[in-house]
Write a protein that binds this ligand. Structure first.
Ligand code: ATP
Ligand code: MG
Length: 173
């Protein structure tokens, strides 16, 4: 099938996401990356704006020479309103043939709408995890830098990501 959809929040875009996108491109001609919770930013779970997350993705795709293989879009969070969320997916995403996710809400919602949904493998999930990376950033442990996707580090440095997260959490240096 030609085009696969992959949905995540990408807070931040990490090596696990990067591996999934490469894995999908081994199976499909093109990948649609949907940036979820696009309307949320500056919160502990969603510290980065959708524009910043687009920059992370763009920077990674450029370095990997994959800009011609991946198209991206943004989908807002609807606080559990699944019908509305599904409508947003349909309206905001370019068309796709199959969706990939390991998130249950996403899977149930899309399947209810008649979309074919498959799982992806997990790549070193204990380490490549948005939650874990945000925790490391908050604690000032620089080891997070090796866990983000190709090309993402300069974007996070430029926007002072570590400081942003500490400020959101009310942590002083
Ligand atoms: P958070 O901890 O903030 O929820 P996350 O690492 O779970 O971040 P999300 O931005 O929530 O990443 O993206 C969710 C999508 O990315 C899901 O489909 C999930 O299965 C996939 N994903 C996340 N981490 C990995 C990984 N290490 N390997 C493969 N897929 C992953
Ligand atoms: Mg998640």
């Amino acid at each position: 099938m030609a085009r696969a959809l992959f949905i995540g929040r990408f807070q931040p875009l990490h090596r696990g996401h990067e591996e999934v996108i490469k894995w999908l491109l081994g199976r499909h001609e093109e990948v649609v990356v949907a940036i979820g919770s696009a309307n949320e930013s500056f919160t502990p779970r969603n510290p980065f704006t959708v524009g910043e997350r687009i920059e992370m993705l763009y920077s990674m795709l450029k370095e990997l020479n994959l800009l011609n293989k991946v198209v991206y879009c943004a989908v807002p969070d609807t606080k559990g309103d699944s019908a509305l969320w599904y409508a947003y997916v349909r309206e905001q995403c370019p068309s796709f043939d199959v969706a990939y996710t390991n998130d249950e809400f996403t899977r149930l919602c899309l399947e209810f709408g008649g979309v074919k949904v498959l799982n992806t493998p997990l790549f070193n999930k204990e380490v490549y995890s948005g939650t874990r990376i945000r925790e490391l950033m908050a604690s000032g442990d620089k080891s997070w830098q090796s866990l983000v996707a190709t090309g993402v580090l300069p974007v996070l440095s430029r926007i002072n990501a570590e400081e942003r997260i500490r400020s959101i959490l009310g942590i002083r240096k």
